[in-house]
Design a protein around this ligand. Structure first.
Ligand SMILES: [Zn+2]
Length: 302
């Protein structure tokens, strides 16, 4: 099974259109030791012919064009067979609207996410322009399911629903269905990959679940808890917006230090994160701790 990281940045990408933080400023000026990144997006396949997306980022069109394995053939036959959606956040679902051009595919999402998208947002009507355009499948959060030869387990990461969902509506849904991580492994045997791009805490039960994983793609949004406090308009800590910071007491470097089996990779990296600069002490700390930093185009075989 091959997993390809099409995008590795947090919402907004790197650089972000309205940001001139030191990272965004430097990369635009051409004197930055690191690469630009599109918004977090994975794709995986067992047969290298039919591919499933994990989420659908706003950058999806560019990400497909940068990936020859996702190019169409025989007229309009796209190798994209399905999408697994892990939350209803705009960064994860906007790309679904880009897949509206008369192509049939599957979408796997929790019941809550499916209902928010299809019942509350009329724009998603573009995905039912003809019978059979999109087949929705509800993801069970308490047992595995399979798609395209891949076994998928949801990891509920209890979170809040996106801000565009009214409080009344959100209260009607199970909070366990608001944001899920995924464990992916080939049905025929092979390694297991964990994808947890938005994780607000790391309880012991989660660490135990990750101990059997061979690859961990984990929330690398913010370096420090105070980092988003400096983002105009946000004014909250990393933990307050559902992202455990990398550094500091209780940060992910410390909390996940006992995981020794998995290859550990930070993904969903915000443009303000100093570890994007490969000459920074933060990047050196991450690498010296045995972690990697995901980049667009990175491939992982399981
Ligand atoms: Zn920036």
């Amino acid at each position: 099974m091959r997993v390809k990281i099409l995008g590795s940045a947090a919402g907004g990408g790197f650089p972000q259109w309205n940001c001139s933080c030191p990272n965004c400023f430097s990369i635009r000026k051409g004197h930055f030791s690191g690469t630009a990144r599109t918004q977090t997006q994975l794709v995986f396949s067992c047969d290298l012919d039919n591919w499933a997306l994990v989420n659908a980022s706003p950058d999806l069109r560019l990400q497909i064009e940068a990936s020859p394995e996702l190019w169409p053939s025989n007229g309009r036959r796209s190798p994209i067979a399905g999408v697994i959606v892990t939350s209803a956040e705009v960064d994860q679902i906007l790309g679904l609207l880009l897949l509206r051009e008369f192509h049939s595919f599957q979408i796997h999402a929790t019941t809550a996410i499916r209902r928010i998208l299809t019942e509350d947002n009329s724009l998603f009507g573009v995905l039912k322009r003809f019978a059979g355009q999109v087949h929705w499948h509800d993801i069970p959060i308490d047992r595995a399911f399979t798609t395209g030869g891949t076994r998928v387990e949801a990891v509920p990461l209890v979170d809040s629903f996106p801000g565009y969902v009214s409080k009344t509506r959100a209260a009607a849904f199970d909070p366990e269905e608001s944001n899920i991580g995924l464990l992916l492994s080939p049905e025929s045997g092979g390694g297991k990959l964990a994808f947890l791009p938005g994780c607000g805490s790391v309880p012991e039960a989660l660490i135990e679940r990750l101990e059997s994983c061979d690859v961990l793609l984990f929330d690398g949004t913010f370096w420090s808890n105070g980092e988003p406090m400096h983002i105009p308009g946000l004014g909250r800590t990393a933990l307050q917006i559902g992202h455990i910071p990398i550094s500091g007491a209780g940060g992910s470097l410390e909390r996940l230090a006992t995981l020794t089996r998995a290859r550990k990779i930070f993904i969903h990296i915000n443009n303000t994160n100093p570890m994007l600069d490969e000459e920074s002490p933060e990047y050196r700390t991450v690498r010296d701790s045995g972690w990697e930093v995901a980049y667009d185009g990175m491939e992982i075989d399981l």
